[in-house]
Design a binder for this molecule. Structure first.
Ligand code: ADP
Ligand code: MN
Length: 360
């Protein structure tokens, strides 16, 4: 069970609201969410096994009291980028998957009591297993609101959509963070204030805010992808990594597209989250480790003995996230609003891969 006193602010968010947490192992993210998002993940687990590989693993839910959510979390931007700070107040742990709450006195059943707690979803952390995860959040849809949204919200989101690639391509870059290995410019100094802050010891992480992705149009949005795939130099090794990473992203996004095409769903403001290893030394090392593991696995199968689980190491990862406004609509056909954004993403990744293949 998760002990809320060990949760820390999640430092690898690329976009979205503040308040995302991680556990001490770093394997999980714990995110404030709506009941609709939980319901969506539960329905996927129950009835849509073909979608499961394209979503982060759903681990359950967690209720946190306001103190447990906010104690010592130091966030200062809407990118969610923050300094991990441990919670200082254990408080009473409340883990309700099944109507039980964990209190100082042990497990108690919830008898319909109203608690001043907030619902969180516990998911696999997609940036776990990376040394320097580069993260890109692509927000899907030209229509970004669901039927519950008030007229004001609809008008506000429609305006952003019309002014960005949300309208023209069905997706926009919602946020990005990349490891450049060099100090980010002071805010106001360069890139029109899009770079929010430098993260971590010695810096080197560039965190782009939501205005970055809003600045592109259909013709130049590929430049945003270029910034993501080539955050530093464009050496032979960078081009080689780009080829491998783009090829992986493309296969996965195409796979997801195929599955969603067969679903009668609606998702507004869901995202494709793309992650790859930003530290070239780590990338090289992970590649070697994974090759070694693959070999050892073959040996083990022959010998039949088992070893301890090796530490998770990843080169790239891509999943769909953010189902706060996702539902099933039986009989109403596929979600063309979200599909258009996924198809545009496929096209851009295809073009980039083609270019990179020419270069390598
Ligand atoms: P919202 O946009 O409503 O705040 P999201 O689900 O989009 O919520 O999450 C916000 C950000 O947190 C995302 O842009 C992403 O960078 C990060 N994030 C969300 N879920 C995960 C996950 N399972 N693993 C890693 N990062 C995640
Ligand atoms: Mn989001």
């Amino acid at each position: 069970p998760l002990d809320p006193s060990t949760l820390t602010a999640f430092g690898n968010a690329a976009a979205g609201h503040d308040g995302v947490l991680s556990d001490s192992s770093g394997a999980l993210v714990i995110k404030p969410c709506t009941a609709a998002e939980i319901a969506f993940y539960e329905s996927v687990a129950a009835s849509h096994p073909d979608l499961v590989p394209y979503l982060p693993t759903f681990m359950g839910t967690l209720q946190l009291s306001p103190e447990q959510q906010s104690t010592s979390i130091d966030t200062d931007t809407d990118t969610g980028a923050s300094t991990p700070t441990p919670f200082t107040q254990p408080g009473e742990t409340i883990t309700t998957d099944s109507g039980f709450i964990q209190t100082a006195h042990g497990l108690e059943r919830l008898h319909g009591r109203k608690l001043s707690t907030e619902l969180h979803i516990v998911l696999e952390n997609l940036t776990h297993g990376f040394i320097k995860p580069n993260v890109l959040d692509l927000k899907l849809g030209a229509q970004l609101w669901d039927n519950d949204a008030k007229p004001e919200k609809r008008a506000r989101l429609d305006k952003v959509s019309a002014e960005t690639t949300s309208g023209s391509l069905g997706f926009r870059i919602a946020g990005m963070r990349t490891f450049k290995g060099v100090k980010a410019p002071e805010v106001g100094e360069a890139i029109k204030n899009f770079v929010e802050k430098v993260d971590g010891e010695g810096g080197g992480y560039w965190v782009y805010n939501k205005m970055y992705g809003r600045s592109f149009n259909a013709e130049n949005v590929v430049e945003g992808f270029e910034d993501f795939i080539f955050p530093g130099t464009k050496s032979q090794e960078d081009v080689e990594r780009a080829r491998e990473v783009l090829s992986y992203f493309l296969d996965e996004v195409k796979g997801a597209l195929k599955v969603w095409e067969g679903k009668e769903s609606r998702m507004y403001s869901a995202s494709i989250l793309l992650v790859y290893e930003g530290d070239m030394v780590a990338y090289r090392e992970t590649k070697r480790l994974l090759a070694e593991l693959a070999e050892r696995q073959v040996d083990e199968e022959e010998e039949g003995d088992e070893e301890d689980e090796p530490p998770v190491r990843k080169l790239a990862e891509v999943k769909m996230i953010d189902f706060a406004h996702a539902t099933w609509v039986p009989g109403q056909g596929p979600d063309e609003n979200a599909l258009r954004g996924i198809r545009s993403t496929v096209n851009i990744l295809e073009d980039m891969l083609e270019d990179v293949e020419k270069e390598s």
